[in-house]
Design a protein around this ligand. Structure first.
Ligand code: GDP
Ligand code: MN
Length: 382
């Protein structure tokens, strides 16, 4: 789960990371008063959206007067940043930037431990730095046994060339970042840029935290920060229905039982030249109600023109799934005429299930490969 910059800064600040003291506004009319109340000029106005690269898109603007604060707020609220409308702006005293450093902690799945990333080339996309000048990034794995140690901090400071006056702040920032990462079960905690100011202090100018969805149950305070307006709308609907759904960009809506099989189904669809419209794991049951909801969710995506069911009856019996699908189609009149549905059903009671589906508009496939090929051919129709 992602959160906004202003929320991330608040969490980091509670763990001792120096951050600017800002205020969030939700309408341009609030900008002049809010900026004035900060009591310093210039101020910076920052679009709060769940996508990076706000600076380049015009979502970060300095204002030197009440009038400018209003004008810049108008301009930022009118933006769409990578398709996202701007609903909130964070207004902060502007930081006097001398240098920009990148500091992040990510969970490295290859090393199987959290890794600190440090670079003196901050303020730009770290992905670009990693690609073009990988030598400018230092990777410091944190041993799960030992946690953060002073040597991490010393090496990070030396690599990033942090000046003496800012070393103490920098150490507090790395400590706070690590605490946030561990205590809140983050998969990413990043400050880009970490700024060394004109008067030689270090401060978090930007902040990004991504939390492990599977750990949210033990962090109700974090779960409450979810901003549904920022999420893929179909994914929000699906989550409400307890359907495990990720939107993708193709035309073939996939309904699969089991996450592993769902991943394999997407691979096979791609292998035969198609593009899946989604990842969807319908879970163990595949009852009529669940199948109906799944069909509803995936066809809310206007690009979907074909449906591919891929069901393995291991724990669940295929005849129950078939019954679920037939009932679901009864619940959705006209559906089968609009969307060709390919189905591959295999496992317990599959013969009986296929018998039940005879006479229905469903297009049966004997194997996953055959099903994927049929779905791809149908999705390419005019
Ligand atoms: P991002 O583009 O979404 O990563 O947003 P950031 O918060 O990282 O801001 C992008 C860039 O805007 C920074 O790298 C800075 O160069 C600039 N910027 C952001 N905040 C301030 C500020 O308070 N003062 C100044 N002078 N520049 C800022
Ligand atoms: Mn940034």
């Amino acid at each position: 789960m992602k959160i906004h910059e202003y929320q991330a800064k608040k969490i980091l600040s509670s763990y001792g990371v120096p951050t600017p003291k800002g205020v969030v506004i939700e309408a341009p009319s609030a900008a002049p008063g809010t900026a004035e109340a900060l009591g310093v000029w210039p101020v910076v106005l920052k679009a709060q959206v769940h996508v990076g690269g706000r600076g380049k898109a015009g979502g970060i603007q300095l204002a030197r007067s009440v009038q400018e604060a209003r004008d810049k707020a108008d301009a930022i609220f009118a933006l769409r940043i990578k398709g996202q409308p701007v609903r909130k702006i964070l207004i902060e005293p502007a930081i006097d930037i001398r240098t920009e450093i990148y500091l992040g902690i990510i969970l490295d799945r290859i090393r199987k431990m959290p890794v600190i990333l440090v670079s003196a080339a901050g303020g730009v996309d770290i992905e670009d730095v990693a690609r073009d000048t990988p030598e400018k990034i230092l990777y410091l794995p944190i041993s799960p046994d030992l946690g953060l140690h002073p040597y991490h901090t010393r090496r990070a400071i030396a690599f990033a060339g942090v000046r003496d006056s800012a070393k103490h702040d920098f150490a507090n920032i790395l400590n706070g970042l690590a605490k946030t990462f561990y205590k809140k079960d983050a998969s990413l905690a990043e400050i880009n840029p970490l700024v060394i100011t004109g008067d030689g202090r270090a401060i978090a100018c930007d902040a990004k935290i991504v939390f492990d969805d599977n750990a949210l149950v033990r962090h109700p305070d974090i779960a409450a920060l979810r901003d549904e307006g920022e999420e893929e709308p179909l994914e929000a609907v699906a989550r409400e229905k307890h359907i495990n759904y990720v939107k993708l960009n193709g035309k073939i809506g996939c309904i699969v039982n089991g996450a592993g099989l769902a991943m394999a189904t997407m691979d096979v669809v791609k292998h035969f030249g198609g593009e899946p419209a989604n990842f969807l794991d319908i879970g163990g049951g595949a009852k009529a109600e669940q199948v109906t909801e799944a069909l509803r969710v995936i066809t809310m995506d206007p690009s979907v023109n074909t449906i591919f069911f891929n069901i393995f009856g291991g724990i669940v019996r295929c005849d129950l799934v078939a019954e679920g699908i037939l009932t679901a189609l009864n619940n959705l009149p006209g559906f089968a005429q609009k969307y060709p549905i390919v189905i591959r059903l295999i496992g317990t009671n599959d013969v009986k299930a296929r018998e039940m589906l005879k006479g229905s508009p469903l297009i049966a496939a004997a194997s996953m490969a055959e099903g994927a090929q049929k779905a791809v051919a149908l999705s390419n129709r005019k």
